[in-house]
Design a protein around this ligand. Structure first.
Ligand code: GLA
Length: 751
């Protein structure tokens, strides 16, 4: 790994074993991207790769050659108004609204070993200085007295750069920042597919792949959270890029609020990718001497297909973004009472569930919504974090005490950022909600949002949550957030600072999380937002796992977990087995299929065990015993998507995880619909060691007589054969033997 400055050719070369990233200074001294791809020889001769020339209708700056036209150049942190007509990375104006036309020229640079921490925002980190090196490029507009620092951290072990910017106002007057992207990436070809992850409640992060076209396209959020509608992550992949071959660039924001990912295809074969805080409804007042730090963006490259890029993002997010004691620890198998009881429970019912769960081998009992105030439905009590003694006469302390005495850990649901209009908190502090109390109010799930831009609200929530966490042996918190934001203003902010509302909200949220995770380092936090409405890298820095979706149906979970796995590691995905008919879609799936899908994540159950038959309980007991043996592979193994890309064949979905030492692996194959008389199919595996021999075993979700998956696959098989040929699927369907729909097979491989 090296970051080298070549003064003769005025270029920087950032290089590790996976990538080269070359930044060259242009004739006006602004930085351009000369190259981002497979490693090139460490040399200072690549600045000539940046091309520009005079064309009809092109413009050039006075004093520079006419050939120097910014509109075609691959710029590192573009500004608008000097001949580049594509969207910029940064915009500033005076307090009165007079736009600044910025020239950001090279002023200085430094190379730091390791990675400097941003202030107030979550970010990736290093554990030793040798893990990463950082280039800090200082740019300046001398006339306007603006400085921009661009941070590029290169990790030795990944084809990924952590990028962010800090914008400083050195002029003697106040300025307003109206756009501040984290990174901009100008590629020299228009030939890409945009891959992004979109959906809605209960169908989050479905993969979307579309060829890009001239003009601007992209995704974003204006909802106050990263959202279920679009995720702050995307890839640009060559049209022929697959899981295993081809070029792709990835970009993910370490941020939980309004974001924007834009792609602009220019008219000369160029593509610009920009990402950062959504500029809509954003502005930030920069007093003289103030600076603004953008969230971090993680920008990666692969020539080996997006499967390879996913592996690196999993490692980086899982091991150098997630923090704290739980980062590398196996996550407990939990039972959550939400789908078992909804709001209707009492202590006795919960203890019965817990006892049965303990008997099955479950490790953590989680009490969901409904334990506080008068919360018997979703119309009241958010904000009143006092236990409901009618339901729980011995309080949380008594319940948690009884449950921990059984040998289970205890976890609790909270939704701290919210308040019900029907609550004591709202009656006492109507001024604490987002929006002006005198103005219009829009409800979401009957609730309002607390104004996290106010330090007194954050302090109050810190005190309240600390009190709850200190009152009982609580080792897990599910932190929910069940609405999008409306009337996005804060009564606590001056009129000229209302554009800061959304970002300040997220900064308040992060500061609360930071304080709590520092004070209660033993607690495992799981974030949730009506399922996966805030499944993002910003929160992952504080909460090692997130509830992936309220949709717990195994078949619905296939595209959800598939899309989520492009950037986020399995250990971050809360995944539970629920009852049938499934509560979201009414589907009936085999119990082993439900478990098989949920195994590839932070595993648990979300059902009432007292309503299950003895056969089902016995199956669950087996599942839990099985998961305990394979948990580290499921949660922390290398994860590969094998088959079932929504774009190719989503009837047969297969994925696998391989232990770090490649000696153990698990493969899941789900057949969505049954078809008669199927053909044979080979499923090549990945990540195994070719020289190793593996003992293959299979657990069919619905075994049949003379089971083909056993006949074809069980036994000792060499890694090379498993990689080249793979598992053999099909059979059994010709003679009327039918397992029905939604069946699956779980294969284990042991060296
Ligand atoms: C949200 C969560 C669910 C559950 C309910 C409780 O919808 O996603 O898992 O906690 O809230 O109200």
């Amino acid at each position: 790994m090296a970051i080298v400055w070549y003064p003769d050719t005025r270029e920087f070369h950032l290089r590790n074993d996976f990538i080269s990233y070359v930044i060259a200074l242009l004739p006006d001294s602004s930085p351009a991207l000369a190259y981002f791809g497979k490693p090139l020889a460490l040399d200072g001769r690549y600045s000539r790769l940046v091309r520009f020339e005079a064309r009809a209708l092109s413009t050039h700056q006075k004093g520079l050659p006419p050939s120097f036209c910014l509109d075609f150049v691959s710029r590192e942190y573009p500004t608008y108004g000097r001949g580049d007509f594509r969207f910029p990375a940064v915009e500033l104006e005076t307090e009165e609204g007079f736009p600044l036309v910025l020239d950001l020229h090279y002023k200085d640079h430094r190379v730091i070993s390791g990675k400097p921490e941003p202030s107030g925002l979550p970010a990736t980190y290093c554990e030793s200085e040798g893990e990463a090196e950082t280039l800090v490029l200082l740019l300046e507009d001398r006339a306007e007295q603006i400085e921009v620092e661009l941070f590029y951290t290169l990790f030795a072990a990944h084809p990924i750069l952590a990028r962010r910017a800090a914008i400083r106002n050195n002029s003697g007057r106040a300025l307003r920042l109206t756009r501040a992207y984290s990174a901009s990436l100008d590629l020299d070809s228009p030939n890409w597919d945009l891959i992004h992850f979109s959906g809605a409640w209960a169908r989050e992060r479905h993969l979307v792949r579309q060829p890009i076209a001239p003009g601007v396209q992209g995704v974003g959020s204006l909802r106050g959270s990263s959202s279920a509608q679009h995720n702050p992550s995307a890839m640009l992949a060559r049209p022929d890029c697959t899981e295993t071959a081809g070029e792709a660039y990835g970009a993910i924001l370490v941020y939980s609020g309004n974001f924007s990912i834009d792609v602009e295809v220019g008219s000369h074969g160029d593509t610009r990718l920009g990402l950062g805080i959504n500029p809509f409804h954003f502005s930030w007042l920069l007093a003289p001497g103030d600076s603004f730090e953008t969230p971090e963006a993680l920008v990666g490259y692969t020539a080996q297909g997006f499967g390879e890029l996913s592996l690196h993002y999993h490692e980086l997010l899982g091991r150098r973004l997630v923090r704290g004691q739980w980062r590398d620890r196996e996550r407990p198998i939990l039972i959550n009472n939400w789908e078992a009881t909804y709001f209707h429970f009492d202590e006795q019912k919960l203890l019965e569930i817990a006892r049965s769960a303990k008997d099955l081998g479950i490790e953590l009992f989680v009490l969901d919504d409904g334990w506080f105030g008068q919360r018997n439905d979703d119309t009241s009590s958010l904000g009143d974090w006092e236990v409901n003694r009618e339901k729980l006469p011995h309080g949380i302390e008594g319940l948690a005490g009884s449950i921990t005495q059984m040998g289970l850990s205890f976890g609790l649901w909270v939704e701290p950022e919210m308040v019900s209009p029907d609550s004591n908190l709202y009656r006492t502090h109507p001024d604490w909600v987002v929006g002006s109390p005198l103005a219009k109010q829009t409800l979401g799930r009957n609730q309002l949002v607390l104004d996290m831009t106010r330090p007194e609200v954050v302090d109050y929530l810190y005190e309240t949550l600390s009190r709850i966490l200190s009152s009982a042996p609580i080792s897990y918190i599910k932190w929910d957030m069940n609405r999008h934001m409306t009337e996005p203003v804060s009564a606590a902010l001056a009129p000229d600072r209302q554009g800061e509302f959304f970002h300040r909200y997220i900064l308040g949220l992060y500061s609360l999380y930071r304080r709590l995770t520092r004070s209660f380092p033993q607690v495992l936090f799981e974030s949730c937002s009506a399922g996966g409405n805030r499944f993002d890298a910003g929160l992952l820095s504080f909460t090692p796992q997130a509830w992936t979706s309220d949709d717990s149906d195994a078949i619905e979970r296939l595209p959800i977990q598939w899309g989520t796995s492009f950037f986020y590691p399995p250990s971050s995905m809360g995944a539970h087995v629920s009852a049938v008919p499934n509560h979201q879609v009414g589907r009936i799936t085999p119990l082993w299929t439900r478990a098989g899908v949920a195994f590839f994540g932070a595993f648990g159950y979300e059902l009432d065990p007292l309503k299950l038959s003895d056969t089902e309980l016995e199956e669950i007991r087996q599942q839990i015993a099985f998961y305990k043996v394979w948990r580290r592979v499921f949660q922390f193994g290398s994860f590969y998507r094998l088959s079932g890309s929504p774009a190719v064949d989503d009837n047969l979905v297969a994925w696998m995880s391989v232990s770090q030492d490649k000696r153990r692996a698990v493969v899941l194959v789900v057949q969505v619909l049954a078809h008669p008389n199927p053909g044979f199919r080979r499923l090549p595996l990945r990540g195994l060691s070719p020289e190793q021999s593996y003992q293959v075993k299979v657990i069919p979700a619905v075994p049949v007589k003379n089971e083909a998956s056993i006949r074809f696959n069980e036994g000792l098989r060499r890694g090379d054969e498993l990689l080249q040929v793979g598992l053999l699927l099909g059979g059994d369907g010709w003679n009327g033997v039918s397992r029905g729909d939604f069946t699956s097979w779980l294969f284990t491989l042991e060296a």
